[in-house]
Design a protein. Structure first.
Ligand SMILES: [Zn+2]
Length: 558
């Protein structure tokens, strides 16, 4: 389907503001949108989309997921013809062959199709994901995709040392490409390639959970790992030291970027690939999971002319996304924004991003000091790890700059005590801090198979911290597992937040060197919702399950 039309239909369904579709619309490789592009978007409800399309084109809509399609109809024509026309023969009656399509423009090829089938043709429109599920019975979709995997060389990568590739055959190259294409289809955020004494396995992380996908033959272990290292431009002869690199690929016409790290373990090198998918980056702050009041406090913090805004949480809790969304909101032509990151995860237009490189002495502290000589307005520093970075960040915040950064603490109040423990004076902390945000990610219940969870008792809900009177009325939900969520009951993730405003009461306690518990009590009194409270709100709203909420909001989870 053509891009403009796609945008029109999406606009009519109202499922997402058009500006969120910009990365897709701007993909210059394609004047057309492929089905794969559509499925990658979490917000994209393809059933809604197809229903709107069927109205526009006056076609009948069918939910193929609920239809029983017999193999004999799928075999009416050659596989290559199904691929060519993207039309699935799902029924044949005395009157016509029924073709299921997801792209209405195929209707224009009716004459060709009548010639092909030598029979009258009828079209029905279906949604892409159920179309693709039936299509997989005709053809192995990973194989189709495999043909499209291409390495992108040279672009933005440092010059690399030539390595020997003679030990790696075509079959290994295909095998590795298959893993990468498969990870792309399953929306895996990380790929773990792991050697053990007698086995070798590949695991994918999808929506935060790791699961084993394949156990390649042990004799492929070295070639596969070497191939990945070559693609990432690492030194394949070096097997004793950890290395970092990057793989750039094009899958289905889409540029995909992986950050790669290798680590020597007891039985060989473990390689982890982290997907850096720009099109999945959610920059709209209102979509991240903030509650209205939390968003207001956070926005107020980042829109101050100067001061420090900190985001805290464990690795993989979505801190970068929150910071990027803040930067994108502050990113105007009259603002000079610089970031020091380890490493830069996404390129943001109009922002000066610097990769810190310890080995050449370009640390967070050094980058931060250099920014201050570059007439900055907004500075983001990847992480405040030590006193030197902390002091420089505070100084920058106190001298008229807005500073954004992250810390590795459990909750918002303990971020303050961490700064104090680093050795930063209490009056500098109160003078510079605008807002502190703690966050976690919870898996979102799949909307296609969401049902009320009647197995959870009121007592269990109460034991999680819900007041007995509220627990009485509270309904909890779960996903039963369906095709759309691969049976997991979850699809996508939602962030839970704890947003701490630096109120006069909180300031007073910081100046008194109070404990994080005391600060927390005061912050709650001043209106802060803790991670646990926010998580339970998401449960009550039916966005996540009780167990996800509890696992991700227990204070000692790190
Ligand atoms: Zn589901």
């Amino acid at each position: 389907m053509f891009r403009k039309e796609f945008a029109d239909v999406i606009g009519k369904t109202g499922m997402v503001p058009l500006k969120d579709l910009r990365p897709l619309m701007l993909n210059k490789d394609a004047t057309k949108i492929s089905e794969l592009d559509l499925l990658r978007f979490d917000f994209f409800d393809d059933v809604k989309f197809a229903k709107q399309l069927s109205e526009n084109y006056k076609l009948t809509f069918i939910d193929l997921a609920k239809a029983k399609v017999q193999d004999k109809y799928l075999k009416l024509v050659k596989k290559s013809d199904i691929v060519k026309y993207r039309a699935l023969p799902i029924q044949k009656s005395a009157k016509a062959v029924t073709l299921a399509i997801f792209d209405p423009s195929i209707v224009e090829m009716k004459a060709d199709l009548i010639t092909l089938y030598q029979y009258n043709i009828e079209f029905i429109l279906t949604n892409i994901s159920s179309w693709a599920n039936i299509f997989e019975r005709v053809t192995e979709s990973v194989d189709e995709l495999l043909e499209t995997v291409r390495e992108i060389k040279g672009d933005n990568l440092d010059e690399h040392v030539e390595v020997k590739e003679e030990d790696i055959g075509d079959d290994v190259i295909r095998y590795v490409n298959r893993i990468l294409a498969d990870a792309f289809i399953r929306k895996a955020s990380d790929i773990h390639v792991e050697p053990y004494e007698n086995t070798f396995r590949v695991r994918f992380r999808v929506d935060g959970s790791l699961a084993e996908v394949i156990k390649p033959p042990k004799n492929l272990m070295l070639p596969i790992i070497s191939r990945l290292k070559i693609m990432a431009q690492l030194d394949i002869s070096e097997r004793r030291k950890p290395q970092d690199g990057r793989i750039k690929l094009s899958v289905g016409g889409r540029p995909i970027d992986y950050r790669v790290s290798s680590l020597p373990t007891l039985f060989g090198e473990k390689v982890v690939l982290r997907l850096l998918d720009q099109s999945n980056l959610q920059l709209d702050m209102t979509k991240l999971g903030f509650e209205a009041k939390q968003l207001q406090v956070f926005k107020n913090g980042i829109h101050q002319p100067y001061g420090m805004c900190l985001v805290t949480g464990p690795t993989g809790s979505g801190k970068t996304t929150t910071l990027y969304s803040a930067l994108s909101e502050l990113n105007t032509v009259d603002t000079n924004i610089s970031t020091a990151e380890d490493p830069v995860e996404f390129n943001l237009e109009g922002i000066n991003q610097v990769n810190v490189r310890k080995e050449i002495g370009l640390t967070f502290a050094v980058a931060l000091k250099a920014f201050l000589r570059q007439d900055p307005d907004v500075i983001m520093v990847g992480e405040i790890r030590d006193l030197e970075v902390g002091e420089t960040a505070v100084e920058a915040a106190l001298t008229g700059h807005l500073v954004l950064s992250t810390l590795h603490t459990n909750d918002a109040p303990s971020t303050v005590t961490r700064l104090l423990n680093m050795g930063i004076e209490p009056f500098l902390v109160t003078g510079s801090l605008n807002v502190v945000v703690a966050q976690r990610l919870c898996r979102r219940i799949c909307t296609s198979c969401k049902v009320e969870d009647r197995d959870t008792s009121k007592d269990e809900i109460i034991s999680c911290g819900v007041a007995p009177s509220s627990a009485e009325k509270m309904k909890v939900y779960k996903g039963e597992g369906c095709e759309r969520c691969n049976g997991s009951g979850y699809k996508g993730r939602v962030a839970i937040y704890e947003v701490m405003d630096i109120t006069p009461g909180v300031k007073e306690l910081i100046l008194k060197n109070a404990s994080s518990d005391e600060i927390k009590k005061q912050a709650i009194k001043d209106g802060m919702k803790t991670l646990r409270m926010s998580a339970l709100t998401k449960v009550a709203l039916g966005e996540t399950t009780l167990s996800e909420a509890i696992t991700n909001s227990s204070a000692d989870k790190f």
